[in-house]
Design a protein around this ligand. Structure first.
Ligand SMILES: NC(=O)c1ccc[n+]([C@@H]2O[C@H](COP(=O)([O-])OP(=O)(O)OC[C@H]3O[C@@H](n4cnc5c(N)ncnc54)[C@H](OP(=O)(O)O)[C@@H]3O)[C@@H](O)[C@H]2O)c1
Length: 276
């Protein structure tokens, strides 16, 4: 007997997937990962997420909300605007009424642990950015996968890997922070994992690369993989003196056995460099 409501995937129906923040590094990677579906990719000019969504021709089956205020230091100066984008934007994405994927961050944790952070660990953000992202998690509603990820890099946009490649080609030495440890995550690997995640139950999920590193260790790996002879001088966060405090330790792991597992960050780095 035919089911009353046909399963869209079993019937070959392509899901209508709406992606916000399509111009960002994760937005780009998601467009690639979901290229087999009917994707509507909206950049900031198409939908400023501080406002409710513009009229859409059809209701999406899935919303991937990658638009965000990601300037961690800038959020200290303008926490209201950062909240308007991160919290207000998430509320507006949830108001579409479709299953929703939102992206959160390791910066919701204070970094006092010395072992990986799991979904059940209590958040305690140190920065204005981290606070907006934690409030955004609460604004996502009950039909959402909340994906906490960390230290994203990809082929496009502003990120640490691209900055180091530029500096490494210009200089003999760069000073890089060595007292923050996290999981540098390739946006392409995360986007592929989101495809798996949307087959799993709604809720909070930690999805970050395997392994861990400090920024200085990551910089050394970038130079090694790219064949650049630039040296890394290891400094402290205090020496760098950025406005927003960051957690000293923010390695993310999932305590859910079915959670998607990402490749090691070094594999992500190689995959990214191959495409640059
Ligand atoms: N980057 C990381 O290291 C990191 C780590 C953990 C979690 N995350 C989370 O992962 C998600 C994706 O981050 P990402 O690295 O892809 O950031 P990204 O490259 O900065 O992309 C964010 C995108 O959002 C857009 N945007 C900003 N304000 C907007 C607004 N009012 N309306 C519509 N679009 C707006 C930006 O447009 P403009 O370019 O025009 O500003 C940009 O295209 C975010 O939720 C972020 O918090 C990122």
């Amino acid at each position: 007997m035919e089911p009353a409501i046909p399963d869209p995937l079993a019937t070959g129906h392509r899901r209508r997937v709406l992606i916000t923040g399509a111009g960002g590094q994760l937005g780009h990677a998601l467009q690639e990962a979901f290229a087999g579906e009917t994707v509507v990719a909206l950049g900031r000019a198409d939908w400023d997420v501080t406002q409710p969504a513009p009229p859409l021709p059809t209701m999406p089956d899935l919303v991937l909300h990658a638009a965000a205020w990601t300037d961690v230091d800038g959020a200290e100066d303008d926490p209201q605007e950062a909240a308007a984008v991160n919290v207000g934007g998430t509320q507006h994405a949830a108001e579409l009424g479709a299953p929703l994927v939102v992206f959160s961050t390791d910066y919701v944790f204070d970094g006092r642990k010395t072992a990986p952070y799991h979904e059940s660990d209590a958040p305690n953000p140190l920065s204005a950015y981290g606070r907006t992202k934690l409030h955004a998690e609460a604004a996502a509603g009950g039909q959402a996968w909340i994906v906490r990820t960390s230290w994203l890099f990809g082929e496009t946009g502003h990120n640490f890997v691209r900055t180091m490649l530029r500096l490494g080609a210009e200089r003999d030495e760069v000073a890089v922070v060595d007292d923050q440890r996290g999981c540098p995550t390739y946006a392409g690997h995360l986007a592929a994992a989101v495809r798996e995640l949307v087959e799993l139950p709604f809720g909070l999920w930690h999805v970050a690369a395997g392994g861990d590193a400090t920024w200085a260790e990551l910089a050394e790996a970038i130079f090694e993989e790219a064949g650049l002879s630039c040296r890394v001088r290891r400094i402290t966060s205090e020496e760098l003196g950025r406005p927003a405090p960051r957690p000293a330790y923010s390695v993310l792991r999932s305590e859910k056995p079915e959670a998607p597992l990402l490749p090691h960050w070094r594999e992500g780095l190689r995959a990214c460099l191959e495409r640059l």
